[in-house]
Write a protein that binds this ligand. Structure first.
Ligand SMILES: [Zn+2]
Length: 136
């Protein structure tokens, strides 16, 4: 009953649905940029909207502001190959993502970034420690 209400609410408020969807994209990669692994602060359209790219999961990846700003409306794969932080595993992950195989994409991303696996398993104490160290 509650669930049905929620769906109904989302139908009435596309913005709410959009926000949840964006949040879920960031959660897939544990808030890390699909290109470089830094904090994902934005959603990048793999095929830019200016070239007809749709706002669907297959075309939208979590990206940091730096990557998103640098890529602009270039072809994602071509742009990425020229980056210093280029990693073929991430490129494969991007390919899998755009083909709709998010599970494979995430496996490749974990492989590319073993450290990410730790935060996947929720070692929050480590994260907190890092923060306090930074502010001290
Ligand atoms: Zn990035």
């Amino acid at each position: 009953m509650h669930n049905r209400d929620a769906v109904f609410l989302e139908d009435l408020c596309p913005k709410l649905r959009d926000r949840r969807w964006r949040k879920s994209l960031h959660e897939y990669t544990c808030k890390s940029c699909i290109y470089c692994g830094k904090n994902s602060e934005s959603i990048d359209h793999v095929l830019p909207r200016s070239k007809g790219g749709l706002s669907i999961t297959e075309n939208c990846v979590p990206a940091c502001l730096s990557c998103n700003g640098s890529k602009t409306d270039k072809d994602a794969f071509e742009w990425y190959r020229k980056q210093r932080f280029y990693d073929p595993r991430r490129s494969m992950a991007l390919r899998a993502w755009t083909e709709g195989d998010i599970r494979l994409a995430l496996r490749l991303l974990k492989w590319a970034q073993p450290k990410q696996r730790e935060s996947f398993e929720g070692s929050k104490s480590l994260l907190n420690k890092d923060y306090s160290w930074q502010t001290a």
